[in-house]
Design a protein around this ligand. Structure first.
Ligand code: 7PJ
Length: 260
């Protein structure tokens, strides 16, 4: 899954793709590098980011979704917390809604996903983007994230979203300390047991900066190491900035696993 932020303020590529033509060109590039999914986001979720109103988010996201859905073979995912944006994006050709709030703010969103029969990324977050990094606490982070998925999967089914529409994402960096993040990545096997595809978003994240003192553009090595580790524990979708490098690393691992 290649990341395409059409925001002025995302941490790694904010402001690069605000012009729709440039955003579409970048999406086509991600697809050419081997992305099977492209995650288009019009609202930054970094701690303290300014909220974006619906009209502005629609204006940023929908033209890009429409163009990429018709011009690439990639499935378009839309990173939104708003039902109105989700509905418009699905109409414009998106196939997946990536809802980092797990519908805490907008109960209509699940109905839109159910009506379209679309894919749905169910991501764990403790708190809200404004508060999540203040003082995250867990007794057992792996067990608690697993419990959250079980509970939400039940609610999703009640709302008409079937299990086979859902991908599970532990939400790396969303209300987690460095220790929580490492425990979750080490413990992904527990989440694999829920028998839904796992999506992992570690690419260039700040915990890598904490470990190695590296700037976002210098975090590829650790991002790849996490992806390969997670692939070994059953993760199947990797939300990344560096698509070509990640595809090459995962293909290499597949080659090494083949016994002829
Ligand atoms: C994630 C995301 C993630 C999902 C962001 C960043 C912060 N959506 N949106 N999973 N991260 N599903 O890219 O560093 O980990 S925004």
């Amino acid at each position: 899954m290649g990341i395409l932020n059409v925001t002025p303020d995302s941490f790694s590529d904010g402001g690069c793709f605000m012009d729709p033509a440039r955003a579409v060109a970048r999406g086509e590039e991600l697809a050419a590098e081997g992305a099977e999914l492209i995650d288009v986001g019009g609202e930054s979720t970094r701690p303290g980011a300014a909220p974006v109103d619906e009209a502005e988010e629609l204006r940023r996201v929908i033209p890009v979704v429409r163009a990429l859905a018709s011009r690439t073979r990639a499935v378009i995912s839309v990173d939104t917390r708003k039902a109105g944006v989700a509905r418009a994006a699905l109409d414009a050709g998106a196939g997946i809604i990536n809802d980092i709030e797990a519908h805490r703010t907008d109960r209509e969103l699940w109905k839109a996903v159910a009506a379209a029969g679309a894919g749905y990324v169910l991501m764990h977050m403790q708190g809200t983007p404004q508060t999540m990094q203040v003082d995250p606490r867990y007794d057992d982070v792996v067990a608690e994230v697993g419990g959250f998925f079980r509970e939400r999967l039940r609610h999703l089914e009640e709302a008409g979203v079937q299990r086979d529409q859902v991908l599970l994402d532990p939400g790396i960096g969303f209300g987690k300390t460095l220790e929580h993040i490492l425990a979750l990545i080490r413990g992904l096997g527990v989440i694999s047991a829920l028998d839904r595809p796992i999506l992992l978003g570690v690419s260039r994240k700040s915990f890598i900066g904490r470990l190695f003192g590296a700037e976002p553009q210098q975090r590829l090595g650790a991002s790849l190491a996490c992806a390969l580790w997670a692939a070994g524990l059953g993760a199947g979708v990797f939300r990344v900035h560096d698509v070509a490098e990640t595809v090459q690393a995962l293909r290499m691992m597949e080659i090494l696993k083949q016994r002829t």
